[in-house]
Design a protein around this ligand. Structure first.
Ligand code: 5AD
Ligand code: FES
Length: 345
């Protein structure tokens, strides 16, 4: 109990204490204590509002080969697609009508969408939707590229660090990918004035309490505006096909820990959490999450953005997801709002 109480008092722990705390995750009393404090803090900072982001998965081509991911380049079974600029803008239009005021452009690291093309798309969205936030989630780029996107009108950037432990990073990614490069990108993005999102999967192969303690220490140091975490879910075409899924209770526990560590953080109840447990997102909100990210991509492409097996909402129209999520959010006493949902410092 000590580490939990100290976290509540001081909003931080040493690496040893984080590791000790994580080992207490299956104690229902500790979980309840942290969840209660996490919800109290989120209500103090954000009231009962839940922010929503319209996720546009605009390409599943990827030059990377992350071992856990269904759209890794060496998966020949992935049916590849790219949305046209017109299709992307149509998703925004549809989303705007449904009340979305943040668009998240997420894709694999697709060389077709070079800086010029991305700048063009960001400019058009910026011009068409001056009251909306634009979030990019397109992987590792140079400082100069990030600068160009920022000047074109991008406000936020999501780039999960995946694991802050070097040895663990090596188990999840091929040699050419480096944790140091990933971290540098996150710091570059912060320097450029983006609202930055880091994060990791819970229960990825070979993750331990100790590697998770590394993640928490790193998050406290980076001090991002957003943190995305969700359970690892195996994809049948990857080398991790036979690995077990990440634990939902541990994910929920970590959501509470992150909310307490970073009281103002924007913290989504992720699609992976909703996939691993039918009530995962509701439980996430009850553990300190304050964001949901429904899918705005064209229904015809949704199944193709296949990062992990059994992903939810791949058959639903955007309007259905919006309605469904509104009801889900209300079922646990929160309200889905139509707002950019910026970080409150
Ligand atoms: N299970 C859960 N999450 C995954 N991601 C990629 N593959 C999986 C998987 N098999 C997550 C990564 C990535 C984000 C877009 O999706 O953390 O950053
Ligand atoms: Fe998509 Fe419920 S959120 S159908």
């Amino acid at each position: 109990m000590n580490a939990a109480q100290k976290l509540i008092r001081e909003h931080n722990l040493t690496w040893e204490e984080f590791a000790e705390l994580i080992k207490m995750a299956d104690d229902p009393q500790v979980d309840a204590l942290l969840a209660e404090e996490a919800v109290r803090i989120r209500k103090e900072v954000y009231g009962t509002d839940v922010y929503t982001r319209g996720l546009i998965e605009f390409t599943n081509y990827c030059k990377n080969d992350c071992y856990y991911c269904g759209i890794r380049r060496s998966n020949p079974n992935a049916k590849r697609y790219r949305l046209t600029e017109e299709e992307i803008l149509a998703c925004c239009e549809n989303g705007y009508e449904l009340g979305f005021r943040t668009f998240v452009l997420q894709g694999g690291e697709d060389p077709y969408f070079n800086d010029d093309r991305m700048v063009d798309i960001v400019r058009k969205i910026r011009a068409g939707y001056p009251d909306c936030a634009i979030t990019l989630s397109i992987g590792e780029k140079s400082y100069e590229s990030y600068k160009r996107f920022r000047e074109a009108g991008a406000d936020r950037y999501l780039l999960r660090h995946e694991t802050a432990n070097d040895v663990h990073y090596r188990k999840l990614h091929p040699e050419e990918m480096r944790l140091e490069a990933r971290k540098q990108c996150l710091y570059d993005l912060k320097t450029l004035g983006y609202q930055v999102g880091a994060g990791f999967m819970v229960g990825s192969p070979e993750q331990t309490a100790e590697t998770l303690a590394d993640d928490l220490v790193f998050l406290k140091e980076l001090d991002p505006q957003m943190v995305g975490i969700g359970p690892f879910i195996p994809h049948h075409d990857t080398m991790f096909a036979k690995e077990p899924s990440g634990s939902v209770p541990l994910t929920l526990f970590l959501l509470s820990v992150i909310r307490i560590m970073l009281p103002h953080v924007l913290l989504p109840a992720t699609t992976a959490l909703g996939t691993a447990d039918p009530l995962g997102r509701e439980k996430g909100l009850q553990h300190g999450a304050n964001v949901v990210m429904p899918n705005l991509s064209p229904v015809k492409n949704r199944k193709q953005y296949d990062l992990y097996d059994n992903k939810i909402c791949t058959g639903e129209e955007a309007a259905e997801c919006r309605g469904c999520l509104g009801r889900r959010v209300e079922s646990v006493g929160f309200t889905l709002v139509s707002d950019r949902g910026d970080f409150r410092s």
